[in-house]
Write a protein that binds this ligand. Structure first.
Ligand SMILES: [Zn+2]
Length: 272
């Protein structure tokens, strides 16, 4: 496998989706004066070199949260912004050995720590609350959305009416480990995101199909409500090497059997 393989797709006048060899996406927003890279994929391959082929503009790099498939390429850049609340997660996930073990198991590959770029602690800087980046003709609003992790941010590009919701809401929202919020808190934050839906009509993610319809948010809210009412499917499933409950029946491909987007996976301690 060529770990240095990246692909780019232009989604609007300002926006590229970049996908790395392990099929994780990040996004590049280009304005008149500056560019912004949103997430850094897994750290397989030289993401910086690939980004430089797309834009020569001065670059601000932001990672949405502290998980390895979002911060993996951070060490290729001088400075990367992330909310400080995710530092405890970052400290575990930045390890090359941790990433090699996870992706080898998850993708059934034989990867070694040297296949991943190291991520030194010093590259990180705390992302201030309510940061808005003006890139010249296009802005990126970094919206706080604690839930999947405490420091999670979702970039909104108002000029394109695009919300990059990422792991905050996708086909399998994970609320099971010590760092995630409860389903109840998560539901309230997702409702706030839905209440802003007058500002966006495209929803993008970092995994799977990388793009969702607005139905995604409604389905995840509805799954949360069923969990809280104790009326969900409550199925014990094994995903990403962990056991947790699924609000809906899922198949071997980890997608809902009823074909709808949006599911919640949770542990018993994380209901309320
Ligand atoms: Zn994540």
């Amino acid at each position: 496998m060529d770990l240095n393989r990246f692909t780019a797709e232009k989604l609007s006048d300002h926006l590229y989706r970049i996908v790395d060899a392990l099929e994780v996406a990040c996004y590049l927003v280009t304005g008149r004066e500056r560019a912004c890279l949103l997430d850094t994929c897994t750290g397989a391959g030289d993401l910086r070199r690939f980004v430089q082929e797309l834009t020569g503009l001065p670059l601000t790099v932001v990672v949405s949260h502290g998980h390895m498939d979002h911060l993996g390429g951070a060490g290729r850049f001088e400075k990367v912004f992330m909310k400080k609340a995710d530092m405890p997660i970052f400290q575990v996930h930045r390890s090359c050995a941790f990433r090699a073990e996870f992706f080898s198991g998850h993708l059934n590959l034989s990867l070694s720590p040297s296949d991943f770029a190291p991520v030194p602690e010093e590259v990180f800087e705390d992302l201030p609350e309510d940061t808005v980046l003006d890139l010249g003709g296009v802005t990126v609003e970094l919206l706080s959305f604690p839930g999947h992790t405490p420091g999670m941010v979702c970039p909104l590009i108002p000029e394109d009416r695009i919300l990059i919701i990422g792991d905050a809401c996708d086909d399998n929202v994970l609320l099971f480990d010590q760092y995630s919020s409860t389903v109840s808190e998560y539901r309230d934050n997702l409702k706030k995101m839905k209440d802003m839906s007058g500002r966006y009509d495209r929803i993008l993610g970092n995994h799977g199909s990388y793009a969702f319809t607005m139905e995604l948010i409604d389905n995840v809210l509805e799954s949360c409500d069923r969990i809280l009412a104790r009326k969900d499917a409550h199925l014990w499933v094994h995903i990403i090497g962990e056991w947790m409950y699924s609000a809906n029946a899922i198949g071997e491909d980890e997608l809902r059997l009823d074909g709808k987007p949006g599911n919640v996976l949770y542990s018993e301690e994380k209901v309320r």
